[in-house]
Write a protein that binds this ligand. Structure first.
Ligand SMILES: [Zn+2]
Length: 294
């Protein structure tokens, strides 16, 4: 069923109704979107998350992946390059980048999280991208770690990125993939009536749900519309056994009783899942019209 007045942001094809009444998909390029209304009571939906559990669960996976990501970025940037981490959260990436010799700055709009990051010694500034930047402030690398899929209007953000890249720059998008094995399993389960896993993949009912699921191909199409060319596409591991249980169990909803079963299923399937397409994609883009090093 075609949706009125909604065209795919990547290829322009009319979007069609997907699996759920809030889920849309493009049958030409595979882009997927969610029509989640903004959370009315932010503090109430925060109650759904076990913040401490989420911390432990995600930290092991993220730190290992951040180190791999910085190594890939280093192949495209000079040593000591300036870097802006947009949506820096607890400042883990900024601190790791600073230790690795980058001139790193993080932007974090949530006041409480910004304060924690600043207190931990990370070089962070409070505010949104690009409003929190000085006029003419540019960076050699702009990084979105698990942030781009939450942005309501990715086109205007890509425009702002292009304007804030020094020279040819480097734009790094680290985000969930619609080609990932876990995501595809969640869609199969949804079709047979098990909705919780698919809703969890979209972070439905959480304070900041996912609004997009891209693949390397349709994300390259989207960025191409804003004059950004893909220079490297790859994946990062989406599953680490250490901290997995805390990660699954961090939602304090009625579905929490399912956590041990989901954990067991993933552990049993781990040897196969390791070889299956990863649920995290990383794409690196440059401005072909920017003068290198300028
Ligand atoms: Zn499309």
């Amino acid at each position: 069923m075609k949706i009125q007045n909604t065209n795919c942001c990547c290829c322009g094809n009319p979007m069609e109704r997907g699996l759920a009444d809030w889920h849309l998909q493009c049958c030409r390029c595979g882009y997927e979107a969610a029509e989640f209304a903004p959370t009315i009571n932010r503090s109430q939906s925060h109650v759904l998350i076990d913040e401490e559990g989420r911390d432990t669960g995600l930290k092991n996976l993220r730190m290992a992946n951040f180190a791999m990501l910085l190594a890939r970025m280093a192949a495209h940037c000079r040593r000591g390059a300036s870097l802006l981490d947009i949506g820096a959260a607890h400042g883990w990436f900024v601190k790791l980048a600073t230790e690795g010799g980058w001139q790193a700055l993080g932007l974090e709009p949530d006041h409480a999280i910004y304060s924690q990051a600043a207190a931990s010694g990370a070089n962070v500034r409070e505010g949104f991208f690009p409003d929190a930047l000085q006029p003419g402030e540019t960076f050699e690398a702009l990084v979105f770690n698990d942030v781009f899929e939450h942005i309501p209007d990715p086109g205007s953000v890509l425009d702002a990125c292009k304007a804030r890249m020094a020279g040819a720059g480097l734009l790094v998008l680290n985000l969930p993939s619609s080609r990932g094995a876990l995501y595809r399993i969640s869609k199969v389960l949804y079709r047979v009536g098990v909705h919780g896993f698919f809703e969890r993949m979209w972070q439905k009912d959480l304070p900041s749900p996912h609004l997009h699921y891209f693949s390397a191909a349709n994300l390259t199409l989207l960025c191409g519309k804003y004059g950004l060319a893909c220079v490297e596409a790859g994946t990062l591991p989406s599953l680490h056994i250490k901290g997995l249980y805390a990660r699954i169990a961090y939602v304090k909803s009625g579905l929490r009783w399912l956590a041990p079963l989901i954990w067991l299923a993933i552990i049993l399937a781990y040897p196969v899942l390791r070889l299956a397409p990863s649920d995290i994609e990383v794409l690196l883009f440059k401005r072909p019209d920017g003068s290198p090093g300028g």
